[in-house]
Write a protein that binds this ligand. Structure first.
Ligand code: AMP
Ligand code: TRP
Length: 330
């Protein structure tokens, strides 16, 4: 059985962007793959985190996964820091990755824009190498992610190819899988940006734990344009197009169908109400399951079981790598 793997950072409340861009793809794929799903707490400290908050958030992210429909029958759930071997492999990868490759990463450029070197932690620079280790240590065949992570998965491919050519066939070269629609959900207030857990203002971000009133308010005040005519055009109507994409993704219909439904509507308030109804209808049942999952206490059991299997799989791979690199004694 082929393997799929993906991780999500516990750096804040999950957003509808995380849900549409990644978690929903996981739910669809889980039955056809040997699935590894992780909470990337080691990645999240590239920006300062409150330790208490991080402990709590790790468990909560897992509860959202389960509430969204992931099952321990198909998935090996783990917290990244429970499998410390990732960091050991990342060190080896850092030694075969050059500064130029990492300097080209768009996310690094965006996150460090306008900052002086003194304010940029090295971890932010080397973060994609740890991500490559997350992926390659499990021989993942596919990595479903939102489009912002595509470049990082490509780096993991390069690292795998580089290692394989230097030390002999060792790693599977993974494929990124990006959803056709919803690979980049945009901020409702500033559609030039992706919707992000760490946005400076929560107004343009729908969090999975927002209540109905908050969801409706955020959508009704989403930035649109002065045309007063619903249509899809990412360049000239990014706000409206974003709302149509959210609608298409959640209803699992193609973009043309979603566009046809609203095309020509002149009242943005009516259009926005339909989008808000759709989001509320999808999120409310997930929120209800989320509360149950947290209350039933199964999360720790899933994580303990998952960490055990993840350590076994990762441990075998790392032993092979250490031997090939020449570490220790023959
Ligand atoms: P992060 O929140 O950065 O840990 O992202 C976890 C997963 O969600 C990754 O696969 C991201 O690519 C995806 N993701 C995050 N934000 C968005 C967004 N606004 N639209 C689509 N996918 C997203
Ligand atoms: N870097 C990813 C993000 O910010 C999270 C992540 C860490 C990841 N390791 C991964 C995603 C491995 C896919 C595979 O969204």
């Amino acid at each position: 059985m082929k393997r799929f793997l993906s991780l999500v950072q516990p750096s804040g409340s999950l957003t509808i962007g995380n849900y549409i861009g990644s978690i929903r793809q996981f739910v669809k794929l889980q039955e056809s793959y040997d699935t590894f799903i992780g909470v990337a707490d080691m990645h999240s400290i590239t920006v300062p985190q409150n330790p208490e908050f991080l402990h709590r958030r790790n468990r909560e992210v897992l509860a959202w996964f389960v509430a969204a429909g992931l099952s321990d029958k198909h998935c090996t759930f783990f917290i990244q820091s429970d499998v410390r071997l990732h960091a050991e492999l990342a060190w080896i990868f850092e030694c075969i990755t050059n500064m130029g490759e990492l300097s080209r990463m768009t996310q690094f450029k965006v996150k460090t824009e306008g900052k002086t070197d003194k304010k940029i932690p090295c971890g932010l620079f080397t973060y994609p190498v740890l991500m490559a280790a997350d992926i390659l240590i499990y021989d993942a065949d596919i990595v479903p992610v939102g489009s912002d992570q595509k470049q990082h998965v490509e780096l993991a491919r390069n690292i795998a190819e580089c290692f394989n050519s230097r030390f002999g066939d060792t790693f599977v070269v993974p494929e990124p899988v990006i959803p056709n629609v919803g690979g980049r959900v945009r901020d409702l207030q500033d559609p030039s940006k992706k919707m992000s857990k760490s946005a400076t203002s929560p107004k343009g971000v729908i969090f999975l734990d927002d209540d109905e009133a908050a969801i409706r308010k955020k959508i009704s005040s989403a930035a649109t344009d002065m045309d007063a005519c619903v249509d899809y055009d990412e360049a000239s109507k990014p706000g409206v197009s974003n709302l149509i994409s959210i609608y298409a993704s959640l209803n699992e219909i193609g973009l043309p169908e979603a566009i046809a439904k609203f095309k020509g509507e002149t009242r943005y308030s009516v259009f926005k109400k339909a989008i808000a109804d759709c989001v509320v209808e999808h999120l409310m049942p997930i929120q209800e399951r989320y509360r149950k999952v947290l209350a039933d206490g199964m999360v720790d059991e899933y994580l303990d079981k998952g960490a055990k299997r993840a350590r076994e799989v990762a441990g075998r791979k790392l032993d092979e790598v250490f031997a090939k690199v020449g570490f220790g004694r023959a």
